[in-house]
Design a protein around this ligand. Structure first.
Ligand code: SAH
Ligand code: MG
Length: 940
């Protein structure tokens, strides 16, 4: 399936229908309404007044954002619609029928168009044309300028003129000076009716319009006496600051003249105008001066001459924003005449709006804006599921990005593939490059591959083409998804993440670019890519990056704990973990160190995000993952770049002075409102009593008690649910250790264990004999000498979070290097999923598109890399035991051993046969995250 408009398959293009052209331009904003028209037919009997019904006809009205048109009547609805579209196209002046015009014909048409624009007919047409406002303004201008129209206005506001110029020279697309040259040349062919003022770059009629026509036009205006429009000055030197300014326009005071004055030139005829910036329907444009040294020579020399001198005085920011070469100071303003009304349209454009426009050019900025959270939100680094994503979807962000960078719409092609039949429940291998530390938890994820060969999964490829249909980038992620849309969004996100990285460091070498792109499954075509993004290379470095975690650990202050019995809340499971959706209230302030001044920057009453996907500033996430529901925290965030702060600040003057004081901090207050736990946990809690996780812990406890072990290590301890239980029960253990790769999970575990071990009053004497507890951070795929000789090892619901081959090597490492007497391993039983899904209809709402596939299974958690059947698990465990001289027994929790489809969680218990462990000598690979020992604490 291909969506989006791709390059034509061959050089020949089938002509588009008018409706298709309108669709390309307006999408669903174009609204067609067809009505029936009963035509009255003459019955051939003069004098007979009774109308007779004729055949039914149709008329279509087409509503576009700026104007509407109505078709003639037709016998068929279709024809009426096409006719309406055609009328709209004519009115817009886009893609005229003269597609096969020769250059000479185009010249003739251009001359004719110019002649029409200066005619009485055009001036007095009922419907407003963006250019007619300029004519009226010119006529209202007193003195020597009376009646002069800047050539730039014609070049910018008449689409038809533009498209004719394109026929003459295709380079006009990127060169406004060239359009102006061509218009001037056409005007010279009309020397008997038009007067061209070289020094003014403007045109007027030789013979003025009759005064009564002028007078009646001027009377129509409703413009107030004087209007002030806020605009933004972008100096060409990046050393100067971008500032707000006020434009004063009014009736009799042409707005382009007002802009000219601000730019330090005489009048409107020296002004050049960019294309619109941002949304297609906006009137936001950049205004700048025509080069001083401009000289008008024959055919197009105007722009040739300037091309070289422009580079030197380039206004990098303005050029970047418009995608057009702009030199000198520029003014960004939202003002102009539109199709909608004869009056001037204008809007204030604040500094804040300017910084938002700038943010909208990069993926991260587009995402932040879509969440209205410039400071808190970050473009997530992983697409997990549609239901967990907040803000604009990657696919839409990518489309916006391409539009803003004048690239073709991205082309998504997704194929359905059949999962390998011999590996039920196995997910495609992912790209190894995705493996940063934390990505294991809540990292990249694909949803599902299901029962043997019966369900299709999707993979998606994205291609990005330049406007000239050169392929510049191709992304083909290996992940497969059960839903086509998920595959598309995952692929789009990869492209966005890489583009974001690239835009942060535009001066990458080609090698750097290619190799960093590879990490995102992206192939770039360097030459074409660099051409398209050459404008970004001159961009001054904008640091859009938000706060970074300064140290690896934070000390936020918590408050407002409603229930002093913290442990209860924590163990009720309402702390967020990877894959959870959390909802918080937050407020971010800019404050001076002593907090005498505190300016509110951003906040939200209810802000939802997914933990573990990088959807918010790392500090915020780190703090929230250590909180429980109803708790509040306050912490300091690293001050982001000035550009980001200003994109938030409505009162920029105040904020700027605070920022420049150099002593301010960014403070965040956050309250955790609710936590929606991941599907797996919800299923386990809803279906099993006690919850499956508790049953697993109890199962392990039973084995621990039966043994007379004194030390235990929990591999992949997560937030420490097993370790926590060990503190509450009487066992023979005196030393316990947890290892995990996730800093977040460990931070939570530390918090819980700390409060349990230190918080005990004398009244509640500990029931356990534990003397030492340690949490290590590290991958359980590496050994650490400090763990050798531990009696018991547990590994509950962890192996399915690793690739299958890693799960296998984990088994080998533990049994050959750590050699525990007892190893307990649990993992989901894939066969049980049918039951989980059947009995939890409410969870299928998340997959409403897939109601038809209710029988199909998927993994319980998006982070699972595989889920094994009983046979697969048995085979893995038996072979492993055999290799290392262990015995193995199988059991489980949830469900029954001899009843199909077995236990919900399957468990293998490995017992060492010989009693003398071989102690290999390793080094210490793990980092101590937290440590407690009874001798250092006042616990008797
Ligand atoms: N055993 C815990 C947590 C299970 S969730 C419980 O039963 O509640 C799986 C845990 O495995 C996560 O905390 C994840 O961070 C951890 N994990 C995944 N791969 C790991 C690796 N290679 N090394 C260490 N921990 C890992
Ligand atoms: Mg799991």
């Amino acid at each position: 399936m291909e969506t989006g408009k791709g390059p034509a398959s061959g050089p020949k293009k089938t002509p588009l229908t008018p409706k298709a052209i309108i669709y390309q331009r307006f999408g669903t904003e174009a609204c067609y309404k067809v009505e029936e028209v009963q035509e009255v037919v003459q019955n051939g009997c003069p004098g007979l007044a009774i109308p007779q019904k004729g055949p039914c006809h149709y008329r279509c009205s087409l509503q576009l954002p700026e104007f509407s048109v109505v078709s003639e009547t037709f016998k068929r609805k279709k024809d009426a619609e096409q006719s309406a579209a055609e009328k709209a196209i004519q009115k817009l002046g886009i893609q005229p029928k003269e597609d096969n015009l020769t250059v000479e014909q185009a010249w003739n048409e251009l001359t004719a168009r110019l002649s029409y624009l200066f005619s009485i007919e055009f001036l007095s047409a009922i419907h407003p044309h963006p250019l007619s406002g300029h004519f009226r303004a010119a006529l209202a201008t007193e003195g020597h300028l009376n009646g002069f129209i800047p050539v730039a206005a014609i070049a910018t506001f008449d689409a038809k003129t533009n498209s004719l110029c394109k026929h003459i020279n295709s380079e006009v697309e990127s060169n406004h000076l060239l359009v102006m040259s061509l218009i001037i040349e056409a005007a010279k062919r009309l020397a008997d009716t038009l007067f061209f003022s070289e020094e003014k770059l403007s045109l007027k009629r030789l013979t003025p319009h009759p005064p009564e026509i002028i007078q009646s036009l001027l009377n129509e205006s409703n413009l107030p006496e004087s209007i002030s429009i806020e605009a933004v000055r972008i100096p060409s030197s990046t050393k100067q600051t971008v500032e707000s300014l006020m434009l004063n326009a009014s009736f009799g005071n042409y707005y382009l003249d007002a802009i000219a004055k601000e730019l330090g030139v005489e009048d409107a005829s020296k002004i050049m105008i960019s294309r619109t910036i941002g949304k297609a329907s906006s009137e936001t444009r950049l205004y700048f001066c025509a080069p001083e040294s401009i000289t008008i020579g024959p055919s197009s020399e105007l722009y040739m001459k300037q091309a070289s001198s422009f580079k030197v005085y380039s206004n990098a920011v303005a050029t970047y924003l418009s995608g057009q070469e702009i030199c000198g100071d520029a003014i960004l303003a939202s003002v102009g005449y539109t199709w909608k009304s004869t009056d001037l349209f204008y809007e204030d454009l604040s500094l804040c709006a300017y910084y938002r426009i700038l943010a909208n050019k990069i993926p991260r900025g587009i995402y932040k804006l879509s969440r209205e959270a410039m400071l808190a939100a970050e473009l997530p680094t992983a697409f997990t599921t549609r239901s967990n994503w907040r803000g604009s979807f990657p696919r839409d962000i990518l489309c916006t990005f391409c539009r803003h960078h004048r690239l073709s719409e991205p082309v998504f092609s997704s194929d359905s593939i059949e999962p390998l039949p011999d590996l039920p429940g196995r997910k495609r291998l992912r790209d190894a490059a995705s493996g940063g530390n934390e990505t294991n938890e809540g990292g990249l994820a694909a949803t599902a591959v299901a029962q043997e060969g019966c369900t299709l999964v999707y993979r998606c490829t994205v291609k990005i083409y330049s406007k000239c249909q050169d392929l510049i980038l191709l992304c083909s992620p290996k992940e497969s998804y059960k839903k086509q849309n998920d595959a598309i969004n995952n692929a789009a996100l990869k492209v966005l993440l890489w583009l974001d990285r690239f835009l942060d460091k535009v001066d990458m070498s080609v090698e750097e670019m290619t190799s960093s792109a590879k990490g995102f499954d992206i192939l770039i075509y360097p030459q074409q890519f660099v051409t398209e993004f050459s404008l970004c290379q001159i961009l001054p470095k904008y640091r859009w990056s938000s706060a970074k975690v300064a140290g690896s650990f934070l000390c936020p202050s918590y408050s407002n704990v409603q229930n002093s019995n913290l442990e209860d809340e924590v163990s009720s499971g309402m702390t967020p973990s990877s894959g959870s959706l959390v909802c918080v209230t937050y407020n971010i302030y800019l404050a001076t160190e002593k907090e005498c001044i505190k300016e509110h920057l951003e906040g939200s009453e209810e802000f939802e995000f997914e933990i573990g996907s990088g959807a918010v500033s790392p500090v915020l996430e780190a703090v929230v993952t250590q909180m429980s529901v109803d708790q509040s925290a306050c912490f300091t965030m690293e001050l982001p770049s000035k550009e980001i702060v200003l994109a938030v600040a409505h009162d920029s003057a105040n904020i700027l002075s605070l920022l420049s004081s150099g002593t301010c901090l960014m403070k965040c207050e956050v309250t955790l409102l609710r936590v929606t736990v991941p599907l797996e946990d919800r299923m386990e809690q809803a279906l099993f009593s006690p919850p499956l996780s508790k049953q697993r812990v109890e199962y392990a406890l039973q084995h621990i008690r039966e043994s007379s072990a004194s030390s235990l290590v929990d591999f992949g301890c997560g937030s420490g649910s097993l370790l926590e239980s060990l503190l509450a029960y009487q066992t023979s253990l005196d030393k316990i250790v947890g290892v995990d790769i996730s800093q977040r999970a460990l931070a939570r575990a530390a918090k819980i264990l700390h409060s349990k071990l230190n918080g005990n009053t004398e009244a509640e004497q500990p029931t356990n004999r534990i003397k030492s507890a340690i949490l290590y951070k590290g991958s359980i795929l590496t050994c650490d000498s400090r763990l050798c000789g531990y009696d018991i090892a547990t590994c509950l619901e962890v192996i399915e979070h690793m690739e299958e081959h890693d799960a296998c090597s984990f088994g080998d490492i533990v049994l050959s290097s750590f050699c525990p007497q007892l190893l307990i391993v649990s993992t989901p039983n894939y066969e049980y999923n049918v039951i989980l899904q059947k009995s939890t209809p409410q969870y299928q709402e998340e997959d409403s598109e897939e109601k038809s596939q209710q029988q199909s299974c998927k993994f319980r958690n998006h982070d699972h890399k595989f889920e094994w059947t009983r046979r697969q698990f048995c085979q893995w465990a038996s072979e492993l035991a055999l290799r290392h001289n262990y015995d193995v027994e199988f059991s489980g929790v949830g469900g029954e051993l001899n009843k199909e489809p077995g236990f919900a969680s399957q468990i293998a218990v490995f017992r060492r046969r010989d009693s003398s462990p071989v102690n290999a000598d390793f080094t210490e690979h793990y980092d101590v995250i937290w440590e407690w020992s009874s001798s250092n604490n006042s616990r008797s």
